[in-house]
Design a protein around this ligand. Structure first.
Ligand SMILES: [Zn+2]
Length: 215
């Protein structure tokens, strides 16, 4: 794989500075999808909303496009992002974390998520795959992630761990920290490929039986 580059386009939602940096305590990573056709349209959406409500607008630390483009919207070294919302998680150490924006890096993959029918109205989605929703168990049609996207996610996590001299204690989906409210990154997210790429043992959950990739 050619080495990805990180484009920087900072939203600076909630900058940690000298006065509050001591409260920053990154513990893990939360994975999302954006229900969008491209990084550009997601950025446009986020920036329009930042203008409306600069203190509470949604954001991520990183966006990863289907073709592997990576954009840093907030530097996790200095800035919190508003990606997890109302959330909680019991982590491997047994601690119960709440409001995970405080303690996690938010990484969002471009993906349309689910549709009710197999006839895909979005030309960019290569195909749709029938799988149960994490919330309801209802079968819906989901867009597979691209292999390049997952390879770039693996690269980014390794890059961050070196740069921040830090190890994620957990990597979870938004659906795991806000169950009942969120379903991203959804049933097609290839968790086992992520664990393999990060040289981690399977961490309690698997992706789809047969890992499927779009283009
Ligand atoms: Zn999310």
């Amino acid at each position: 794989m050619s080495e990805p580059i990180i484009e920087r386009f900072h939203m600076d939602n909630d900058r940690w500075d000298e006065s509050n940096a001591k409260y920053r305590s990154l513990r893990g990573i939360v994975i999302h999808y954006d229900v969008s056709k491209s990084i550009d349209s997601t950025m446009q959406y986020l920036l329009e909303n930042v203008d409306k409500n600069p203190n509470k607008s949604a954001s991520y630390h990183y966006l990863i496009g289907r073709g592997g483009r990576i954009v840093e919207l907030n530097d996790p070294k200095y800035t919190r992002a508003w990606h997890a919302g109302v959330s909680n998680l019991v982590i491997p150490s047994g601690e119960h974390l709440t409001s995970l924006n405080r303690s996690t890096i938010g990484i969002c993959c471009c993906n349309y998520g689910f549709a009710e029918t197999p006839d895909d109205p979005n030309e960019r989605a290569s195909r749709r795959v029938l799988a149960p929703s994490p919330n309801s168990g209802r079968f819906l049609y989901w867009e597979p992630y691209t292999m390049r996207q997952i390879d770039c996610l693996i690269w980014l996590i390794k890059h961050l761990e070196v740069r921040l001299e830090w190890k994620a204690e957990f990597i979870v989906g938004h659906e795991d920290v806000s169950p009942g409210r969120k379903v991203d990154p959804g049933p097609l997210f290839p968790w086992s490929r992520l664990w393999e790429g990060l040289n981690l043992e399977y961490l309690e959950r698997e992706g789809p039986q047969e890992e499927l990739f779009g283009r």
